[in-house]
Design a protein around this ligand. Structure first.
Ligand code: BGC
Length: 386
């Protein structure tokens, strides 16, 4: 089988300088694609949205890592990482084709925004004006509202970056979209580096003050495509504190220590070891951890180890918080890649973010972007095996 596509080849930079992008339309055998060269970006057709908008998939390959990102929702559809024997496995949940992503699903791999996580009752006041957002999660607004950044088609261009192969996705969110103020120009650059990292860099500007909190909602299972849960993965979180929530998952405003609770992952602990002690319905982790790094510069946030395959994921971020979510709401109603039925605890998310409902909590780090300023966020997922 041959696929008509645009092949963009990244010529590996010499002496650490910038490389050269060469683009040509060619017929590429599907099998050859799987074996695409290290240091390459390959663009493929991935179907069309119901209104006929074409969706492209970008395959970023470098070192031992391959990541696939599509223009619909700026969604990461696949990350292939080696186990301790060098065997590649796809470590994120999702679907085999666009159709699955167009249906109802809990943000698999998605770029979430304009505001990731919850805004209480979808209301906030900014510059003396009250704003009302689209609510889509009980009384609250979750992950940008009804049609968030995960459900729009982004523009894409391969970009050059020393030591990595990248694609930059851009989206302009109009003033008033989902209730948010200001025209917001957002970009997300995905880079697979030659150090086996998937680096995600966000940037945005606005023409009116607006809350902003961009994140990625990948569900990881480091064992690869499997029916096994993530309860046997070992987790370390560089967080001594968390933000307790009410029963609609809105922070109470308190910042509490994790010590003495099942949320203490300051030392590596199996995710499943104390999960049943969590008082929540459904039971599981769905908490914002306050990172010790403080959100000022890139700092290690989490380390996750899967003992059977030896895969290790290390996450660093510039954000002050991370939502650790164990897929509590997965209930067997979604069938994903390879026909695997996604059940509770099938994957975990580490969503780098400002704290939930920051806009209504002046004591939390501010998530407001003013005109003339640039919002930035960098999160790196580094893969290795031992
Ligand atoms: C939230 C969960 C939610 C999930 C999927 C997470 O970020 O914290 O409560 O169910 O996203 O929507």
């Amino acid at each position: 089988m041959f696929l008509r596509q645009s092949l963009v080849r990244w010529v590996v930079p010499l002496l650490g300088g910038f490389g050269l992008l060469v683009q040509a339309d060619v017929d590429v055998p599907a099998a050859a694609l799987a074996a695409a060269e290290s240091g390459s970006v390959t663009k493929m057709d991935f179907g069309k949205t119901p209104d006929g908008t074409p969706v492209d998939l970008y395959v970023l390959k470098n070192g031992n890592l391959t990541a696939k990102v599509m223009t619909y929702g700026a969604i990461i559809t696949e990350i292939d990482a080696p186990d301790r024997n060098g065997k590649l496995g796809d470590v994120v949940l999702g679907f085999d084709s666009l159709e699955g992503y167009l249906g109802k699903h809990p943000y698999f791999g998605a770029t979430v925004g304009r505001v990731a996580n919850r805004v209480a009752k979808g209301k906030f006041t900014l510059g003396g004006r009250e704003y009302t957002l689209a609510t889509n999660n009980g009384p609250n607004s979750l992950h940008g509202g009804i049609k968030g950044f995960d459900k729009v088609v982004w523009k894409a261009e391969p970009t050059s970056q020393a030591g990595g192969t990248s694609v930059k996705l851009t989206y302009t969110s109009p003033d008033g979209e989902e209730g948010y103020p200001g025209n917001l120009s957002a970009s997300v650059t995905f880079t697979v580096t030659d150090r086996d990292e998937l680096k995600i860099e966000y940037s945005a500007t606005t023409d009116k003050a607006t809350p902003i909190n961009l994140s990625n909602h990948s569900y990881f299972n480091l064992a690869g495509r499997t029916t096994e849960s993530i309860l046997g993965h070992e987790l370390m979180l560089a967080a001594d504190r968390y933000t307790p929530v009410d029963d609609t998952l809105i922070p109470t405003g308190e910042i509490a220590p994790v010590a003495g609770t099942p949320l203490d992952f300051t030392k590596p602990t199996d995710i499943g070891a104390r999960i049943k002690e969590i008082k929540a319905d459904p039971v599981g982790y769905d908490h914002n951890f306050v990172l010790n790094g403080g959100g000022k510069s890139l700092a290690l946030a989490a380390r996750v180890y899967e003992p059977k395959t030896g895969r290790l994921l290390e996450m660093s971020t510039t954000e002050p918080g991370v939502q650790f979510y164990t897929g509590n709401f997965l209930d067997g109603t979604i069938t994903g890649k390879d026909g695997i039925v996604y059940r509770q605890y099938q994957g975990f998310c580490l969503e780098a973010q400002h704290f939930p409902d920051s806009i209504n909590h002046p004591s939390f780090p501010s998530a407001v972007l003013e005109p003339g300023k640039t919002y930035t966020q960098t999160t790196i997922y580094k893969f290795s095996a031992r």
